[in-house]
Design a protein around this ligand. Sequence first.
Ligand code: ES4
Ligand code: ZN
Length: 324
Amino acid sequence: MKVFVENLPKAELHLHIEGTFEPELMFKIAQRNNINIPYSSVKEIEAAYKFNCLQDFLNIYFEGAGVLITEQDFYDLTYSYLQKCASQNVRHTEIMFDPQTHTERGIKFETVINGISKACEDAEDKLGVSSLLIMSYLRHLSEEEAFKTLQQSLKYKNKITAIGLDSSEKGNPPSKFKSVFEASVKEGYIPLAHAGEEGSSDYVWEAIDILGIKRIDHGNNALQDENLVKEIIARDIALTVCPLSNTALQVVDNLKNHPLKKMMNAGLKVTVNSDDPAYFGGQINKNYFEIQQALNLTKYDLYQLAKNSFKYSLLNDLQKQQYL
Ligand code: ES4
Ligand code: ZN
């Protein structure tokens, strides 16, 4: 099964670039930027990665992202992730980035986007991995702040395919971002959002009805509402599920209780992804393999999951055809 997973061509659709920051690279970049981080070894860092909930994780994730300063830093972070894609037979990836995590600390939008997008171009040439970018608004900040980010992005519109919504879900419902999503769609961005990870099924309803999202990041709690499940299926919206993230953040207590197979059986279109692999204990292949083991998935299930990853990607139909 491990070899089957490794050989399976895949796309990754739910991945935060700031969440791919491995301790070794974090040390290296912190050192070259003369920044002190509160850890003295990789072991200490790994020991700190114990989370009780999404917020616990986010605090550490924002702190780690704080050492990224130059375009080269963003380039190195992204290229390092894309090399991992190549080695795991990930042929295509849709990378989320959180501009506000950086612009809030005085880093220019252009530094972030140029570093990330140059790495993507080089990886397409040298590694044969294609990528698209998803600009995510931080939902713990105001809608006005998101509007500022939208404005900053317009000059780089040709490099960005979609918008997302991430960070602390509870207390920050999708409806808070109705106007900025409308404005973003008018600019040609495809709307996506995290919903139903810690938030209830009501948040998933809002995400599809009010924001009009084309794909749901996580969506676990959609299963609480039969009518919602029917609606998601009727609209042919896929869920980007992240098994190891769900156990790391205690959204699911044990992989054996993960709802992925239930989702598939209910007719939902599911994909498997790593979310923040440097923090949650595994890259994409480990996510496929561990969920396969925990739920006794068949090779056919794995094939369906990988096929969905291309079918529900943001590639155009012609680009998809080479994989389907
Ligand atoms: C995130 Cl809500 C969420 N989940 C996982 N990773 C994240 N990075 C930023 N927001
Ligand atoms: Zn996520």
